[in-house]
Ligand binder design. Structure first.
Ligand code: GLP
Length: 243
């Protein structure tokens, strides 16, 4: 079941998302968080950092699993998702580095990295999975056409995703990686609770299709209609096509 929370702007999206996240972390100091990259969660991460600093909310026993990682970027590249997560969250809270899981695109056996990630995930139950959404309805890097029963795998990015993400690479599409390792859709769906944040008019069609469209592999996020605990928080622009 999807609960939709419509708010005015990005700041309010982040504040509502923080309330949901805080409840999970406050109720269970050992919670397992599924985390996401992209610009959408940054406001939430800022509020989590402020709350850690001001109220002492601790992450020392929290475990995290990130959705995805680019293939072909060294971890120290500022746009690797490893760097992104440390810069925007992990470096500013008291999380234990050994409790952080991010798919690895290092080495030459990427399939083994995927298998290892699935094996690591199998030992844990994700309490809350945070998601942004691609303008084509992708979640993680599960692009349209990805089977709903997929697990962590190597994927080719769609042209539209490469164009969308070029803003992080000097607006130069030739610098954007063309492949990624991503949790699969069934990994995402196995979380107890799913929290999606979306803002801006670029997301309006994908949000409409996710909530009101048919459940189809052509819109990966539409599978969320089959999950029993989903909260989607949208600003006015992303909600524009909802009634
Ligand atoms: C990337 C990430 C997704 C993210 C999407 C939207 O492709 N792999 O996890 O949801 O971009 O990003 P943004 O929030 O910057 O719009």
């Amino acid at each position: 079941m999807i609960k939709v929370i419509k708010v005015e702007d990005y700041q309010q999206v982040s504040e509502e998302a923080f309330k949901v996240m805080k409840e999970v972390v406050a109720n269970n100091p050992k919670a397992v968080l599924g985390l996401a990259t992209g610009s959408s969660p940054i406001g939430l991460y800022k509020l989590m950092i402020a709350d850690h600093n001001e109220n002492g909310t601790s992450y020392k026993d929290i475990t995290t699993f990130n959705l995805d990682e680019y293939v072909g970027l060294p971890v120290e590249h500022p746009e690797s998702y490893y760097s992104f997560m440390h810069r925007n969250l992990f470096d500013h809270i008291d999380i234990n580095e050994e409790n952080i899981h991010i798919p690895s695109s290092l080495g030459d056996d990427l399939q083994k990295n995927c298998d290892d990630y699935n094996a690591a995930m199998a030992d844990w139950q994700v309490d809350i999975q945070l998601l942004g959404i691609g303008s084509d309805g992708h979640i993680g890097f599960n692009e349209p056409g990805t089977p709903f029963d997929s697990v962590t795998h190597i994927t080719d990015l769609k042209e539209s995703t490469i164009v969308d993400n070029a803003r992080f690479f000097d607006n130069d599409i030739s610098k954007v990686p063309t492949q990624a390792i991503t949790m699969g859709i069934s990994n995402v769906m196995s979380a107890k609770k799913i929290l999606m944040v979306a803002n801006g008019k670029n997301k309006a069609q994908a949000i409409f299709d996710t909530i009101n469209g048919p459940v189809t592999e052509e819109v990966p996020a539409s599978i969320l209609q089959k999950h029993n605990d989903v909260v989607i928080i949208v600003d006015r622009e992303a909600a524009a096509l909802l009634d």
